[in-house]
Design a protein around this ligand. Structure first.
Ligand code: HAM
Length: 410
């Protein structure tokens, strides 16, 4: 779990404001749900045989004996909130969220136990138009942030029947070659065979090459929807690659799934991923409704943004006010409030010190101007203005003149 320190947060602010701009341009509305949910919500949605539920959740009992879990993702919570507040009933919703998620994974670069996701969920549309829209949201965000080199892979998991037929034939095929696949995949053979397609083990991948292909099991409707999705992407200039081995680590997916990866970040290369989950609303007790969405790992996105030239430079303050006596300090605070009313960023020197020391601090702060208030200034009801970034000589001004001078300059 990371501390996000002041120096780095400007990158996050850039990202957060780009995200807000983009999602609002598509009509998505923000939702904020609690960090804690009943454990059962994640067991029923993500699936009991998944890595997340089997070994990565922070789960504990509260004083009432209820089992609670720090949210490992937010899709289930959006659906839970929609059902609870009735805003999914006979309606469509475009939602977005941003916040911390928790998974007890082995930490490494790009993989943390507390991380942040930004995500969107579109509830109530069957696709493939909304599937294309969701992919356009991501594409626009990468463009707005100046990110290049992201690779979009898409696949479709087809209907429940298609998937279960494929699962069966994959299971039969791999059982025949169980000695050749890795331990983890052997374990998954009984519990979650589709996840074996995801295995990073080269021997397992080799065995899979001769195995059944999910695309051969798709029904006409899934195939037609997937074709339309691809046409929409091509017509909108979105580059993509079909990867028939792409499956997801959460059980709720039903149709098209996708993942954006980067080649520049080592093993943790998935930046954003999602897909369609048409069964989840009814599975969690609501009236059945189609849905799709994605979530994006912000730590990974921040790294990528920084590598592509994003800057973590804070805008420096406009003015540093040096105060040389106790009365000057009191006047300094009044002046600072007045300047802040004019939307200037102002620091009043705190902690005392002589003029030289205060001017040095002002200079180091990056502020453009220093204003000095000492006994002379108090007596003559003026202020001394010194430009810290040019050679202009210092000048004496009244408070009104100072405001007039600074407003256009800053
Ligand atoms: P996910 O693939 O589990 O999907 O996570 C989405 C993204 O979150 C990943 O691609 C990655 O960028 C980031 N991420 C996941 N785990 C970590 C971690 N431990 N440290 C840093 N980043 C991480 C979901 O969570 C689904 N809820 C996505 C979705 C939304 N599907 C439909 N709607």
């Amino acid at each position: 779990m990371n501390d996000l320190l002041p120096g780095r947060l400007n990158l996050w602010y850039d990202l957060e404001s780009a995200i807000r701009n983009v999602v609002e341009a598509y009509g998505y509305r923000e939702i904020r749900t609690p960090l804690l949910e009943h454990t059962e919500l994640f067991e029923r949605s993500i699936g009991e045989q998944t890595d997340i539920v089997e070994k990565e959740m922070y789960t504990f009992r509260d004083n009432n004996g209820d089992s609670l879990t720090l949210r490992p993702e937010a899709t289930a919570a959006c659906v839970r909130a929609g059902i609870e507040h009735g805003f999914l009933y006979n309606q469509t919703q475009r939602l977005w969220y941003l916040g911390p998620m928790f998974r007890h994974e082995r930490p490494q670069k790009g993989r943390y136990r507390q991380f942040h996701q930004f995500g969107i969920e579109a509830l109530g549309w069957r696709g493939p138009d909304i599937d294309a829209e969701i992919l356009l949201v991501g594409t626009r965000l990468w463009r707005q942030l100046g990110l290049t080199g992201l690779r979009l892979e898409i696949n479709t998991l087809g209907s429940n029947e298609a998937r279960s037929m494929f699962r069966e034939s994959l299971q039969t095929y791999l059982s025949g070659r169980r000695e050749e696949i890795d331990d983890d995949s052997r374990r998954r053979l009984q519990t979650n065979p589709l996840r074996i397609l995801d295995s990073k083990d080269p021997d397992t991948q080799k065995v899979l090459e001769d195995g059944p292909d999910l695309s051969d099991y798709l029904g006409d409707e899934a195939r037609a929807n997937f074709d339309t999705l691809q046409n929409l992407l091509t017509a909108n200039g979105v580059e993509y690659h079909v990867n028939t081995r792409l499956v997801r680590g959460l059980d709720y997916y039903t149709g098209p799934v996708f993942e954006w990866t980067t080649g520049s970040m080592g093993a943790q290369n998935a930046i954003c991923a999602g897909g369609r989950y048409d069964e989840l609303v009814s599975q969690l007790g609501g009236r059945g409704m189609p849905a799709a969405g994605f979530a994006c790992g912000l730590e990974r996105l921040v790294d990528l943004y920084e590598n592509s030239g994003g800057s973590d430079n804070a805008e420096p303050h406009d003015v540093w006010i040096c105060v040389l006596t106790e009365d000057a300090a009191s006047q300094g605070f009044l002046l600072a409030e007045h300047l802040r009313d004019q939307h200037l960023k102002v620091i009043v020197n705190c902690g005392g010190g002589g003029l030289r020391k205060q001017l040095k601090k002002a200079d180091q702060s990056g502020a453009r101007f220093a204003v000095v208030i000492g006994e002379d200034e108090l007596r003559s009801q003026t202020l001394t203005l010194k430009s810290l970034r040019t050679d202009e000589v210092q000048i004496r001004l009244t408070k009104a003149e100072l405001v007039e001078y600074l407003k256009p300059a800053c």
